[in-house]
Design a protein around this ligand. Structure first.
Ligand code: MG
Length: 166
């Protein structure tokens, strides 16, 4: 049957998006305990976005008449070493997701699964945006260092970013 690797890859990607969502939810909970409500709200928004990514893939399988095979979601980390550590780990996670999307896109090309290619193009774009946003926040946190008032300003900025996003 054509597109076997692509369809398996999409099922695996659904699990990866749920794993990203779960990780970001854990990060949001941690950030809340650090008295950074803006960071926590921003991360919770990322959690919600990852859920929409998973559902986008889930719905695609439905549209092409393929069975969805949901997988176990690994337990996310509980503790972190501050906001910078959280953001660095979020970036590492997004890079893994990007690599996985690219691999999946390659499968869809090799197997000439054109509908999957078109659907995955949105994800290729989305990953560029995701990595850019987190990279910017990391750069700002590195500039801030131990300067408390600057960290509180960034926290406020992230709270308002969260409201304006989509
Ligand atoms: Mg995603």
């Amino acid at each position: 049957m054509p597109g076997k690797n692509t369809l398996k890859g999409i099922n695996d990607q659904i699990a990866m998006e749920f794993s990203a969502a779960y990780t970001y939810l854990a990060m949001s909970g941690y950030l809340e305990t650090q008295n950074l409500p803006g960071f926590a709200a921003w991360m919770r928004h990322q959690y919600e976005e990852e859920l929409t990514h998973a559902l986008r893939l889930f719905d695609f399988l439905g549209e092409v008449g393929e069975a969805v095979q949901l997988q176990a979601v690994p337990k996310p980390p509980v503790t972190f070493k501050g906001a910078l550590d959280v953001m660095k780990k979020a970036l590492a996670h997004e890079r893994k997701v990007t690599a996985s999307i690219h691999k999946l896109y390659e499968s869809a090309m090799k197997e000439k699964h054109y509908p999957a290619q078109l659907m995955l193009q949105w994800f290729v774009d989305e990953q560029v945006e995701e990595e850019k946003t987190v990279t910017e926040i990391i750069a700002k946190l590195e500039m801030i260092g131990d300067h408390g008032p600057a960290l509180l300003m960034l926290d406020r900025e992230l709270a308002s970013l969260n409201i304006s996003a989509e």
